[in-house]
Design a protein around this ligand. Structure first.
Ligand SMILES: [Zn+2]
Ligand SMILES: [Zn+2]
Ligand SMILES: [Zn+2]
Length: 590
């Protein structure tokens, strides 16, 4: 064999990576996310054309870390590469609580995404004493049980009379220690009851929400925002906190909360995953190509600790411009994670790269709301939320049944500044009304809004056109919105109507309710200033408690609690319930 052919083989990169991470279960999110680009939603061709004068729709470029990204040659926008498998895993984790498909619980097992209904994948071997069906996975031999419908949920529970008072106290801002005293239960029993309420809440909402697909809903106006939570350390000697971000979506028309999902998976064991990552050399691959792309590994974390900075914002225009500048300064515009020295990875369960949870959240909404005629999303200004929303809904954006707008609000105004904004807005409205004596209030509002659309300010490197709202309220005293799905096909009136609807009030009042009614979720972090200094005696002790409590509160918010001045619940307004439910409807649900 000639010498030079050997060296040619040695020089081959091995294994050769495809241009984008491979599709998984038909899912491929690596495409241009610019809705006005002709390549929006179009997959990157598997091979590049080579040679002199070859024209390629996309080219692979490199980020600083060595992670490849793609540039769309049609519009010039760059997008980072994400693992479709990782996104599917998050979608599955989130969606399985509503669309129950039991499968092997081990995230590392190849049967993890394979349902028990699949022939030959599992052994079925009888019932537990509580009446659940037992299964053994044929790949990894793990056993697990699945509870069938209709089993009395409290049949085997001691002191089930404690359930209603404990649930009432838990959702009435009582600290856990005091609940134990007041209800005379041990902490262990209280934690078991939280697990139980969590399961019951999931089951109740799953049954109701599965009906959404076949209901005749014409429009939903959904606000999307995130909330960060500090979780206390679990080892006394280690004084750092874990920060978890949860994304929530709520309908402005009814107040119904469709989901709140923290970027934390309690199932994977970090020690086992780390060993497996080293065995298969996962960390050496670019992040989007890794088997465990969605999970935060120790090495990612150490790297991220160095590059994180926060920028303070001033005026609303400054705040919007700052968000773009921060996104542009990141290596990956879709991932908005900041780490500081006093933050650490959780000891049990694993933190998820937040953009994977965001994709999972929007894919779940897409499945849940597939039957709704038109969807309008109002997104907190965050490039990760934007990419995940447009990625998951690209087909509905193209066929014009879904639109997305960024919404930004001046947050830290004093009462006096709010009053000032209100009276300015009222004066402008009165002045305009006097000019058009024959017009109704709504028609005058439309005129003002159309003028603001004409005057829209272009901000950020994509020159997004922001409309500053002429009509404000005390809860949203200064507000701007920007249509992300502008394909140039909406007339003036339609645009004015869309901007008029832009609001985050439903998701905001949900966050307020969580703070007001939960001692464990009362102090999320709102800015850089109060981040990290905290040991809050009432905080959740373990990261997984956050999701459990949010789910219990979501069931109460949607189905049990009526507003202060009204007699109906969000579920009633949406058509998922005929009357308010009681706490016992959650406790005895079967
Ligand atoms: Zn493009
Ligand atoms: Zn899973
Ligand atoms: Zn398995």
């Amino acid at each position: 064999m000639p010498e030079n052919s050997l060296s040619a083989i040695a020089a081959q990169p091995n294994p050769k990576l495809p241009r984008t991470p491979p599709a998984f279960n038909g899912l491929q999110v690596n495409f241009c996310k610019n809705p006005s680009c002709e390549l929006f939603g179009v997959r990157v061709p598997e091979t590049a054309k080579k040679g002199h004068g070859a024209k390629n729709s996309h080219i692979v470029v490199a980020f600083a870390k060595g992670d490849p990204a793609i540039r769309c040659n049609s519009c010039g926008e760059h997008f980072p590469l994400k693992s479709n498998l990782g996104i599917f895993e998050e979608f599955h984790r989130i969606s399985k609580t509503t669309f129950t498909v039991p499968c092997c619980p081990d995230c590392m097992c190849s049967n993890h995404l394979v349902p028990i209904t699949q022939p030959k994948a599992y052994h079925s071997f009888g019932l537990t004493t509580a009446g659940s069906h037992c299964y053994r996975c044929k790949v990894c031999s793990k056993t697990f049980s699945v509870k069938p419908k209709g089993i009395n949920p409290i049949a085997r529970q001691l002191r089930s009379d404690k359930n209603p008072p404990v649930l009432r106290m838990l959702t009435g801002k009582m600290p856990l220690r005091r609940i134990c005293e007041a209800a005379d239960v041990a902490p262990k029993v209280l934690y078991e009851r939280i697990d139980f309420f969590h399961e019951q809440s999931m089951a109740l909402m799953a049954e109701r929400e599965a009906k959404l697909a076949s209901m005749n809903i014409r429009r939903l106006y959904i606000g999307v925002d995130r909330q960060e939570y500090v979780v206390n350390w679990t080892q006394r000697k280690d004084r750092r906190n874990v920060v978890i971000t949860a994304v929530a979506s709520a309908d402005n028309g009814t107040g119904y909360v469709f989901g709140m999902h923290p970027n934390f998976d309690p199932i994977p064991d970090p020690t086992v995953i780390q060993r497996e990552v080293e065995r298969i050399g996962d960390a050496a691959l670019p992040s989007g190509y890794r088997r465990y792309a969605r999970l935060w590994l120790q090495s990612d974390y150490e790297e991220a600790m160095h590059g994180s900075v926060r920028i303070a914002a001033g005026s609303l225009t400054g705040k919007i411009a700052n968000s773009y500048a921060q996104a542009a300064g990141r290596e990956d515009v879709e991932s908005a994670e900041f780490f500081e020295q006093h933050e650490k990875l959780p000891n049990a369960g694993m933190l998820i790269h937040s953009e994977y949870t965001l994709y999972g959240h929007f894919m779940h909404l897409n499945r849940l709301l597939g039957g709704v005629e038109k969807l309008r999303f109002f997104l907190d200004q965050d490039s990760g939320i934007r990419a995940a929303c447009l990625g998951a809904f690209h087909e509905r954006v193209k066929n014009r049944t879904a639109d997305a707008l960024y919404v930004s609000m001046a947050k830290e105004l004093t009462i006096d500044q709010k009053r000032q904004r209100m009276s300015e807005a009222r004066a402008a409205f009165t002045k305009e009304s006097a000019l058009h004596p024959g017009l109704s209030e709504a028609q005058v509002k439309l005129i003002l809004l159309k003028r603001r659309i004409q005057e829209a300010t272009a901000l950020g490197q994509w020159r997004d056109r922001w409309v500053f709202h002429p009509l404000v309220s005390m809860s949203e005293p200064e507000k701007a919105s920007c249509l992300l799905t502008d394909l140039g096909d909406y007339d003036e009136d339609h645009l004015a109507w869309l901007h008029n609807k832009a609001s985050l009030h439903a998701v905001d009042s949900w966050f307020n309710r969580l703070r007001r009614r939960s001692s464990m979720l009362e102090r999320p972090i709102t800015g850089a200033s109060n981040r990290g200094r905290t040991w809050n005696g009432y905080s959740a002790y373990r990261p997984e408690q956050i999701e459990k409590l949010q789910t219990i509160f979501r069931a109460c918010h949607n189905y049990v609690w009526t507003g202060e001045k009204r007699t109906d619940t969000p579920a009633m307004r949406l058509g998922l319930a005929k009357a308010p439910l009681d706490y016992t409807d959650i406790i005895y649900f079967k």
